[in-house]
Structures are given as structure tokens and as C-alpha cells.
Design a binder for this molecule. Structure first.
Ligand SMILES: Cc1cc2nc3c(=O)[nH]c(=O)nc-3n(C[C@H](O)[C@H](O)[C@H](O)COP(=O)(O)O)c2cc1C
Length: 268
């Protein structure tokens, strides 16, 4: 057979495709464990970043050590706000449940400010202890739509359940330099000390109301975050996801169970 015949060209092209396909798929399979480990480590890092226990330059050993000594995942039922015992929170994938299409694992939302359409029934949150083992804060997963994408992140609240300790995003596809500035450390720094809830009296009963907003301007109050320049839509998305996740259909039942409003003066 001639070296430059059509058949020869075809054989070389097909062989090359087969060799490349085998190489790519073996790399994908062989690296899967490592990818899963890196994904887990990245989540742990972002939980610790939101909690203000990391700055982002730490080694994987330091992340794992801090995570193991300070963080306890809790599986909660979002509707009742109760901790679910007897199931391992570390093997739980709430977002998979939300996407499962199974009615006993998720609900379809009527009121959907975060633009997520469906919500899982059980969620994994993270209790953070101080170095003496006392509960110091809680880290809550949040997600919601910005301009181009769903943003996935964490927000940490002090154990008073209203003061923000920090926020971090681990996945989104907003534009770098615009909506992507949600990752900017100086934008995230202003969240520390902000308040999510105001306690308002409704029919004689003190109730938590989500008051945190993301807006443009100067002179921000404890309930206001300075927006992202040229990216108001992503900023509004961040505000809306907080409104949803800290409301009745989100973490409010758990928060009420953990720190009841009775006893907290209105306007506190
Ligand atoms: C290519 C391109 C990418 C953009 N990416 C974002 C983005 O990621 N987030 C966002 O809120 N706005 C983004 N915008 C701008 C929005 O269209 C809109 O103008 C902006 O959110 C309004 O914010 P402002 O009121 O602060 O100007 C983008 C615009 C362009 C042209």
C-alpha cells in the first residue's frame, strides 16, 4: 500500500483518534479521586474563609487540620429547623437532592427571590467552635442567580445568629472585574460585622426580618453592603440569595430553634 494513499491516511487518522481517546479517558478516570479530593479541600477552605479562620494562602495540611479541629457539619431539616440525627452529613449532597426531581427530597419554590427554582429538604451547615470547644459561629451554604450564573458560596454568622463574620464564593460564572468581584477580598472584608436580621414586632410577637441589602452609595449602615461597581445585577443577586436563604424557606426555622427571638428586645 502506498504511504500517501487514502486508506493509509484514514488508518493513521483513526489510530491517532483511538490513542488520544484512550489517553484522555484514562487521565480523566485516573485523576478523578484527586479531583474529588481537591473539590472537598476547596469547599473546606471556603468554609474556613467565610468563618475568618483562613486567609487563602494556607497549605492543604493547614486547611485540613483547622477544619478537622474547628468544624462540625450538621444535617438539618430546613422546614422544621431540626438537626437530623442518624445520617452522615459528610456523605450528603443537598444540591443533588434539589436537582433529583424527587418530591420527598426537594420542593419547587413559588416565591423564589434567589432564582434557584427548587430547594432541597435537608441541608448541611457547619458549626464552628473556638479553640476551647465552645460554639463560636455557624457557616451556611447559599446559592442564587446573579447575571450569568448561579453563585455558590458560604456565609458565616456569629452565634448571635445575626452578625455576619464573612462570606466566600467557591463557584460562579460572573464576569471577571464586574460580577466576578464577589471574590475580591476588599469587597468581602466589608461584610464582617454587618447584620442580617432586625427584630420587628408583629402582632405583639418579636420576629426576625431579613434587612441586609446590597446597594450603591456612601455611608453604609450595619444593614447595608456597598454594591459592586458596574455590576448591580450580580449585587442584587447576592442580596436576593440572602433574603431567600435566611427567610422562612431557608435557615430561619433552624435559627429560631437555636436562638429564639423571645428575650431579644426589638430593634436590638
Ligand atoms: C460583557 C459584559 C459583561 C457584564 N458582566 C456583568 C456581571 O457579571 N454582573 C453584572 O451585574 N453586570 C454585568 N454587566 C453589566 C450589566 O449589563 C449592567 O450594566 C450592570 O449590572 C449595571 O450595573 P451598574 O448599575 O452598577 O452600572 C456586564 C456587561 C457587559 C457588557
Amino acid at each position: 500500500m502506498q504511504r500517501d494513499s487514502i486508506a493509509n491516511t484514514f488508518i493513521v487518522a483513526v489510530s491517532l483518534c483511538v490513542v488520544c481517546a484512550v489517553l484522555v479517558s484514562s487521565a480523566a478516570v485516573g485523576l478523578r479521586t484527586r479531583q474529588d479530593e481537591n473539590k472537598k479541600l476547596d469547599k473546606q477552605k471556603n468554609i474556613l474563609l467565610a468563618a475568618g479562620l483562613m486567609e487563602g494562602q494556607e497549605t492543604s495540611e493547614e486547611i485540613e487540620k483547622t477544619y478537622d479541629s474547628r468544624v462540625k457539619p450538621l444535617l438539618i431539616n430546613l422546614d422544621s429547623g431540626e438537626v437530623v440525627e442518624g445520617e452522615d452529613p459528610t456523605s450528603f449532597d443537598p444540591i443533588k437532592d434539589a436537582k433529583s426531581g424527587e418530591d420527598d427530597l426537594r420542593i419547587v419554590l413559588d416565591d423564589d427571590p434567589a432564582g434557584i427554582k427548587v430547594r432541597e429538604n435537608k441541608e448541611v451547615i457547619y458549626k464552628i467552635s473556638d479553640s476551647s470547644g465552645n460554639t463560636q459561629q455557624y457557616v451556611f451554604p447559599i446559592r442564587g442567580y446573579g447575571l450569568w450564573s448561579t453563585l455558590y458560596g458560604y456565609i458565616a454568622l456569629d452565634n448571635d445568629m445575626e452578625t455576619v463574620n464573612g462570606i466566600s464564593y467557591y463557584q460562579h460564572a460572573e464576569t471577571p472585574g464586574l460580577g466576578g468581584e464577589v471574590d475580591n477580598p476588599s469587597w468581602k472584608a466589608q461584610w464582617k460585622g454587618k447584620k442580617i436580621y432586625d427584630i420587628k414586632e408583629s402582632e405583639g410577637v418579636p420576629k426576625r426580618s431579613v434587612e441586609l441589602t446590597v446597594k450603591k452609595g456612601n455611608g453604609m449602615t450595619d444593614y447595608e453592603i456597598d454594591g459592586l461597581s458596574g455590576a448591580s445585577i450580580t449585587g442584587k443577586g447576592v442580596e436576593n440569595m440572602i433574603k431567600f436563604w435566611f427567610g422562612e424557606k431557608g435557615y430561619l426555622p433552624f435559627i429560631q430553634n437555636t436562638v429564639p427571638t423571645s428575650g431579644i428586645p426589638t430593634g436590638a
